[in-house]
Write a protein that binds this ligand. Structure first.
Ligand code: SF4
Ligand code: SF4
Length: 127
C-alpha cells in the first residue's frame, strides 16, 4: 500500500480493500498508541446530536465518506455501512452533503434509539 505522501494531490481514496484491512489491523501492534491518541480516544461525549444512516434511501455515493473530517463513515463491500460513533463528533457535515431525497443521513438527539429515528424519517420532498 502507498504511503500518504505518495498519492497525487486530489486523489480520492476508496474504502480499504481486504489487504488494506489486514494492514490496518496490524497497526495497533506495530505502532504504539497512547490512551489519548486520535485512534484510541473516544470523542463520543462531545456530541449532542448524532448522524443516523437510513440504508433504504442510500445510493452509496460516498460523499459522506469523502467529506467526514474524522473518517467516521464506515464502508464494507463498497457500500456505506454506518457511522463509527467512537470517533464521530457530531458536526453534521455528512448530513449536509448527502444528496438523496429524503436524505440518507439525518441528525438526531444523541439519546435517540436508531430504530426510533428510522420511524421518524421524512418523506420525499416535492418541489
Ligand atoms: S457528524 Fe461529522 S464527524 Fe460524524 S460522521 Fe458526520 S461528518 Fe463525520
Ligand atoms: S452521502 Fe448519503 S447517499 Fe451518499 S453514501 Fe452517504 S448516506 Fe449514502
Amino acid at each position: 500500500m502507498k504511503g500518504w505522501n505518495e498519492f497525487e494531490i486530489g486523489s480520492v481514496l476508496f474504502p480499504l480493500n481486504e489487504d488494506g484491512m489486514k494492514a490496518q489491523e496490524k497497526m495497533p501492534q506495530e505502532r504504539s498508541y497512547t490512551e489519548n491518541s486520535s485512534r484510541s480516544a473516544s470523542v463520543a461525549h462531545w456530541r449532542v446530536q448524532k448522524p443516523v444512516h437510513n440504508v433504504e434511501h442510500c445510493i452509496n455515493c460516498f460523499f459522506c465518506w469523502v467529506y467526514c473530517p474524522d473518517a467516521s463513515i464506515l464502508a464494507k463491500d463498497e457500500k456505506m455501512s454506518g457511522v463509527d460513533y467512537v470517533h464521530c463528533k457530531g458536526c453534521g457535515v455528512c448530513v449536509s452533503v448527502c444528496p438523496t431525497n429524503p436524505k440518507s443521513l439525518l441528525m438526531f438527539d444523541e439519546v435517540e434509539e436508531e430504530k426510533d429515528a428510522l420511524k421518524k424519517w421524512p418523506q420525499k420532498e416535492t418541489k
